[in-house]
Design a protein around this ligand. Structure first.
Ligand SMILES: NC(=O)c1ccc[n+]([C@@H]2O[C@H](COP(=O)([O-])OP(=O)(O)OC[C@H]3O[C@@H](n4cnc5c(N)ncnc54)[C@H](O)[C@@H]3O)[C@@H](O)[C@H]2O)c1
Length: 376
């Protein structure tokens, strides 16, 4: 019997670039990769973004003599589906692009960039694409990594791939039109990172977070928070882009949230589910002496300061337990639940029990009812 070993190493490289006035004709960021002479672009734009920018986008490509097929796509989790994937894949098939030098352009929130990312990953087994996040969730999280996919069979992101973009363009002016609820939705991912990784970022959120939300993240403090959040996120993602290490700090808040967002998709945003998970986890961490009463109180007070309206009544302990069980499959047989150790520190637990979850849920409901100043 002969045996052959095939080894191939592939380097992933992409840039995350800050820009402004993205559709100003003199701004060449969108055309900085790929060919520009006699060229085409397949562009997918979130419908709520298109409302504000359709004329500018069209004018931009006309100005540069690029033949662009611009497709408006509705945002929202309910559209992250196989059917929407197929419809985009079909549209792309009717508008042939060169396989290497005419990148697809995805302009929208996390739903759009995840879905278009998978179109790019699967079309001709992989073509280049550019991500332009237009929500805070996309800006600090969904757009800067390499995961793509859509929901399938009542499971979040069940079908997908790792497919790196060629370029990520960050223009925070898109956040000016983002509704407050969606700004807060993105803030949850920043809180996540702050609690398990960056005590300094946590302090910045305590002091300036509410004002940043009011300013739609356009002021100077917002710039500092956004830069710090993205730097922290990339520090976690870059050495583990393909998730070979399944114990990931960035999964904090993503254990119990999975079941919550699956069951309550119609009225719970991803970040809102993450925040509920963060609070349950914080209480588990407190009971295990990983967080002091004071630190636990700071996490809870931050959510108040930022103005979240949370519905703890959906926290069914059985659902959270089954979500943990599902995540254990995802994490290859171990719970690997990231938990805060002090503000800014992280440990991974593999022995969380159903009873602990139930106690945390009861405590959380109590807190929501009486809004304790200090948890003892
Ligand atoms: N790939 C990853 O690593 C990763 C990480 C985090 C989250 N995600 C995914 O991201 C998704 C959530 O992303 P999201 O919160 O951006 O949702 P979304 O894409 O549905 O956008 C939220 C809403 O905002 C609207 N919108 C987008 N940009 C706007 C703008 N500038 N002005 C006004 N309205 C605007 C959209 O139309 C939509 O109604 C989830 O599916 C989640 O799984 C992926």
């Amino acid at each position: 019997m002969s045996k052959r070993k095939v080894t191939f190493q592939h380097t992933i490289e992409y840039e995350v670039v800050n820009t402004s006035n993205l559709f100003h004709p003199q701004n060449r960021a969108l055309l900085s990769v790929g060919k520009n002479e006699d060229a085409r672009r397949f562009v997918v734009v979130d419908a709520n973004v298109e409302k504000h920018h359709s004329a500018a986008i069209r004018a931009y490509f006309d100005y540069h003599h690029i033949e662009a097929r611009i497709v408006a796509f509705p945002g929202g989790e309910e559209h992250k589906t196989l059917e929407r994937y197929l419809s985009l894949a079909r549209e792309l098939d009717f508008f042939p692009i060169h396989r290497r030098d005419e990148p697809i352009i995805a302009i929208g929130g996390g739903v759009l960039t995840d879905l278009v990312g998978f179109v790019a990953a699967s079309h001709r087994r992989g073509v280049p694409y550019i991500k332009v996040p237009t929500t805070l969730m996309g800006y600090v999280d969904a757009s800067i990594g390499i995961k793509t996919g859509f929901n399938f069979n009542a499971n979040k992101n069940r079908l997908g791939s790792f497919h790196a973009p060629q370029l990520v363009l960050l223009d925070k002016s898109f956040l000016q039109t983002l509704p407050r609820r969606h700004l807060l939705n993105g803030v949850c991912e920043i809180v996540k990172l702050a609690v398990v990784k960056d005590a300094g970022l946590f302090g910045l959120l305590e002091t300036h977070g509410a004002q940043c939300v009011d300013a739609h993240f356009q002021d100077a403090q917002s710039e500092i928070i956004l830069e710090r959040a993205i730097a922290g996120m990339l520090e976690e993602l870059e050495p583990n882009l393909f998730e070979e290490d399944l114990a990931r700090k960035v999964d904090f808040g993503h254990t119990f949230s999975y079941g919550l967002e699956t069951r309550h998709e119609a009225h719970l945003l991803h970040g809102e589910a993450v925040l509920l998970d963060i609070l349950v986890s914080t209480l588990i961490a407190h009971r295990r002496n990983l967080l002091t009463g004071d630190e636990t109180g700071r996490v809870f007070r931050l959510t108040e300061t930022l103005g979240f309206a949370l519905d703890a009544s959906i926290l069914d302990p059985d659902l959270l337990w089954s979500s943990l069980t599902e995540r254990t499959y995802h994490r290859n047989g171990l719970q690997r639940v990231p938990m805060p150790r002090g503000i800014g520190g992280c440990v991974f637990l593999n022995d969380i029990r159903a009873r602990e979850i139930e106690t945390a849920v009861n405590n959380l409901e109590d807190w929501m009812n009486i809004k304790h100043e200090n948890i003892r």
